[in-house]
Design a protein around this ligand. Structure first.
Ligand SMILES: Nc1ncnc2c1ncn2[C@@H]1O[C@H](COP(=O)(O)OP(=O)(O)OP(=O)(O)O)[C@@H](O)[C@H]1O
Length: 214
């Protein structure tokens, strides 16, 4: 479902981030991407999200090369993707509800459907009842959960997470990984970049190790 065919990525600075990557993920799979700092984990995820483009080779989703997507099709494609970063970048002057509702409002969704979807997302990340709370009142783990709910509220078919537990203590980190596993069980394809080897091992999922290109 997600395929990398002989993909290399060189940044305009001349830095080669990925070299000749071949990789196939089945629809509904959950994989971890590990490797040392600078090995290209973030770059790999960015290529799937079309935040970067390959310098060589191609990335295919459902058999279709992303290079064939017209400019007008890119927003629609991105709506199928939930991207979670190490820092959830919440809006601090908006409530938990409004933070999670943001992608739906941007997509022009009506109020009652928005409310229903936000409630469902809150429920999935275990934050029911916190809708009116402001981010400053939340713990680091709760903030990350709000970020996850915001990424999930559009019901993405692909979830990309870049070091989503980097700032969290081990117990919270494990919790967050189980939350991703739950979304995976509901059918989403999940790719998580992490350098926490212990945590990745405990999750017992396929692990792809990237080597730094010299
Ligand atoms: N926008 C950019 N411009 C130039 N070089 C970049 C850019 N982004 C990443 N790189 C370089 O590409 C290589 C791979 O970076 P990337 O962030 O993908 O690795 P990573 O495995 O995610 O690293 P980390 O674990 O430290 O986040 C590194 O050498 C990095 O310096």
């Amino acid at each position: 479902m997600i395929e990398f065919k002989q993909v290399s990525k060189k940044y305009p600075t001349g830095q080669l981030a990925l070299y000749n990557i071949n990789l196939t993920l089945e629809a509904g799979e959950m994989v971890f991407i590990t490797g040392h700092s600078g090995a290209g984990k973030s770059t790999l995820l960015k290529l799937v999200a079309m935040l970067e483009r390959p310098s060589k080779g191609e990335v295919l989703i459902g058999g279709r090369s992303l290079s064939k997507l017209g400019r007008g099709q890119i927003p629609n494609y991105r709506r199928r993707i939930g991207f979670i970063f190490q820092d959830p970048h919440l809006l601090y002057d908006r409530s938990v509800f409004d933070n999670i509702a943001l992608p739906l409002r941007i997509a022009g969704m009506g109020q009652s459907e928005t409310r229903r979807r936000v409630q469902a997302a809150l429920d999935k990340v275990g934050l029911t009842g916190r809708e009116t709370t402001f981010p400053l009142m939340l713990s680091a783990g709760e903030k990350q959960r709000v970020g996850i709910a915001r990424a999930m509220v559009n019901k993405p078919t692909i979830i990309l997470a870049d070091e989503p537990t980097g700032n969290l203590d081990p117990e919270l980190a494990q919790d967050i990984m189980f939350t991703f596993a739950q979304f995976n069980e509901l059918g989403a394809t999940v790719m998580i970049a992490s350098h926490d080897h212990g945590l990745v091992e405990r999750m017992k999922k396929r692990t792809i190790v990237l080597q730094k290109v010299d």
